[in-house]
Structures are given as C-alpha cells and as structure tokens.
Write a protein that binds this ligand. Structure first.
Ligand code: PMP
Length: 301
C-alpha cells in the first residue's frame, strides 16, 4: 500500500507539519530498537470516525514502555485525547494510528542514561492491508520467547525478527511468514495472530512467544457470541497444515484468509466459510452497526 501523507504529526504535545516531524540521528531507538509502539485502526461510521479498542491499545503501549523502563511524559488520557484531536485535524476516516514512544537523544551507549523519552503519534488514511488471500511459508526464524523479551510488549527492536521472516518469505514468493516458538509450536505471523478452524471449532495458539493481540481477543469474544467454540491450545505445524480453514488477524491485517502453508492447500484452497462469517461480523462491529460492541468504539468527534 502506498503511504498517504497527512497534514500533521503529533510530537511531544505539538502538532507538527508532516515534513518537519524529524529526529536526530543519535536517537537511541535508531541504534538499539528502544522504542515501543501501537497500531490502532479507525473506521468511518454513521456517527463519525470510531477508534477500535483505543483503551486496550493505550494500556498495551504503557505495558510496553514499562518493559523498557521508559517513563512517558504524558498520561493515558492525554494520549487518547491527542489521538482524537489528530484524527480530526487530519480528517481521518478509515485510518491507521501509530503512537510511538522512544528513547531519543542524549547518549550513545546501550544503557539509556540521560536520554530523553519522546512520544509521537502518526495517523494515515488506510484501507485494507491485504486485499487478497494469503500464501504463507514457515519461517526458519524462531519467534522471541520470554527468555529474550517481555511477553506482551511491542518493542521495536523485536521487529527485526519479523522483518527477517518477511524478507525470507517474500524472496521465496510467498505473501507472509509463519513463525514457531522455541518449543517448535506455532506462535504467530510477523505482525499477526493466527486462527485455525477444525471441525467447526476456532483454535488459536497458546504460546508465550506470540503477542496475544487485541484483534485475537475480539475474535474470541465475537465467535463465542456466534455459537462457535473458540479456545487456545498449543498448536503444532501439522495441525495448522491440516486445518479446515486458516486465517491471520491483527489491527492492520484485520482478518485475512490463509489458503496455503508451504504450498500445502488449506481446505479447498479458498477462504473458508467460518472465516468469512467472522470477518463479516467483525466489519459490522467496527462500523458501529452492532450495539452489543459499541463499548469497543471511541469516537473522535
Ligand atoms: N503479533 C504481532 C507480533 C503483532 O505485531 C501484532 C500487531 N500488533 C499482532 C500479533 C496482532 O495484534 P493486534 O490484534 O493487537 O493488532
């Protein structure tokens, strides 16, 4: 997808013009990956722009910051209000919101001593990340375990691992990678969670090497409401390959059917019926059409 720019980026309390939103080359996070971030989706609805599960995303941002002993100079409410203001200023409907906190300028050593913590928010217009079904390959790169990072934290440095897996997959002609954990069980995609459908049940890996994402959590809740049994368990690669249906999910990806793994067709090689049912329900919720889930939407206006 081609990046669409907007008028403003929020940096440490100020609305800065897009072209002026710059950092110093000595920024600690550039050298050591010491930034934390979120990806949040906004949707155009009948009542204005709605931000999907804003509270949960901001809570996770603070969890991530805490993992790096990073003290943000803004409260959760200040950041939420700034996101809403930025959405309005940039006239965003369907959009992607990227809050970012990073160790900035101050010292060159690994330990961030006397280094400022900076915070920024970027919003861009955004439609669907994938408009096709996915062909996935198993990556040779293992996903981080709790022995190498903090569970549930979105730390920028961890994403070099995701970038390696994506390059590996794209070089071999696949759309996406599937990453295993340090025990050889299925963990997740480079920036998505995975679900499989088997005999009508919805299963997602219970792995401490995956981010237990907010979309994943939403799908578990929605499915139960739709009368589908949804649960977590340890999942082997073999089970994934023999699933009736498969899909990836995440804030950017939303719900994307996976039609093959390592060139092995999943089901009949087309997007599955249950996958599409859940996706329809998800789209209806994010557009504000399901009163039961209105608690998940924060309106920018
Ligand atoms: N796993 C990883 C590694 C991710 O980066 C993401 C995207 N945040 C996800 C899973 C999906 O999480 P969420 O649904 O909260 O976006």
């Amino acid at each position: 997808m081609v990046l669409k720019t907007t008028k403003f980026i929020w940096m440490d309390g100020k609305f800065v013009k897009w072209k002026d939103a710059k950092v110093h080359v000595l920024t600690h996070a550039l050298h050591y990956g010491t930034a934390v971030f979120e990806g949040i989706h906004s949707y155009k609805t009948g009542k204005g722009t709605a931000i999907f599960r804003l509270d949960e995303h901001i809570d996770r941002l603070f969890h991530s910051a805490n993992a790096l002993s990073m003290h943000l100079r803004f409260t959760k409410n200040q950041l939420k209000n700034s996101i809403k203001k930025l959405i309005k200023k940039n006239k965003i409907g369907d959009g992607y919101i990227r809050p970012l906190a990073y160790y900035g300028y101050g010292d060159v050593g690994v330990f961030p001593r006397n280094v400022h913590v900076n915070t920024a928010i970027i919003t861009v217009p955004w439609e669907h990340y994938y408009s096709k079904d996915l062909r996935v390959m198993t990556s040779k790169y293992e996903r981080h375990s709790e022995k190498s990072t903090v569970f549930g934290a979105k730390i920028s440095g961890n994403y070099a691992n995701s970038v390696l897996a994506m390059h590996e997959a794209r070089k071999k002609g696949y759309d996406e990678a599937l990453m295993l954990d340090n025990e050889g069980y299925v963990a997740e995609g480079p920036a998505e969670n995975i679900f499989l459908v088997k005999n009508g049940d919805l299963i997602t890996p219970d792995s401490r090497s995956s981010l237990h994402g907010i979309t994943r959590n939403s799908i578990m809740a929605i499915s139960k409401d739709m009368g589908i049994d949804a649960y977590e368990k340890k999942v082997s690669l073999n089970e994934v390959k023999n699933a009736d249906e498969l899909f990836y999910c995440g804030t950017a990806t939303e719900i994307a059917p996976v039609v093959s793994i390592d060139n092995k067709k999943i089901g009949n090689g087309k997007a599955g019926r249950i996958t599409l049912m859940i996706r329809d329900k998800f789209y209806s919720i994010v557009r504000g059409k399901e009163s039961k889930y209105k608690k998940w939407l924060a309106y920018a206006n």
